[in-house]
Ligand binder design. Sequence first.
Ligand code: SAM
Length: 275
Amino acid sequence: MAALDGLPPLRDVIQRHGLDARKALGQNFLLDLNLTQKVARTAGSLEDVTVFEVGPGPGGLTRAILALGAKKVIAVERDARCLPALAEIEAHYPGRLEVMEGDALKTDFEALADGRPVKIIANLPYNVGTQLLVNWLLPKQWPPFWQSLTLMFQKEVGQRIVAENDDDHYGRLGVICGWRTNASMAFDISPQAFTPPPKVTSTVVHLTPKEHPIPCSVANLEKVTHAAFGQRRKMLRQSLKSLGGETLLAKAEIDSSRRAETLSVEEFVRLANCL
Ligand code: SAM
């Protein structure tokens, strides 16, 4: 596809820099610049924020973010092979792109934000995506350092992020996302859009922070969701036995014969606050 930003087509970039995709790094590259722009547009206006991107790879999404007007993009990439390709984008957009070689799981994004308004946009490597999301949901302070997260996941993970009670995908991830954020699925992307194609459909999820989530200890919320969903088919009086069972449930005014997947986020928070 002809690139509107004047940079070479991504297929040429990949070939010239020998960026054959590595499975261990979750490398499925999105080469369709219409789709990368659609992902970037989901984040809304980018002009007055610093954008953090994880895993720019050959730079398809990075180019879309810059073409949409982001004044500053900081991208963290683990694969050193991608750096020369990204340097070409840096040169095309002087002063607007900073590439850091490193592991996003070890990156202190909060410190990197340094008080600036931030939006995070990424086509995440499948093997670290959920952990990164959880890290961004549990920063030291709330509201967090980011204004929004626009993230691509395997569709099944996206469904777990947005799931509410009485949905088969509802679990610990849905509770933590529902507690602190408004999360929605924006659109799906079929495997054929990627090089190489992954086995499953992907989806773009958009999350914005709730300004005032019900106050609750993260550790306690994790304890109750871990115990309740660890035995999701059992009644809560059984699955929460180690945390007080009937007594805890009575204190939170929750029927002990219910099962984990029927409890709303607010009820989980109430349980956590009664621990
Ligand atoms: N953004 C590109 C795109 O949309 O075509 C590439 C997305 S690909 C799914 C994931 C990218 O994350 C790869 O470039 C991979 O090298 C990088 N990556 C994998 N693990 C990483 C980690 N722990 N920290 C930073 N980048 C990582």
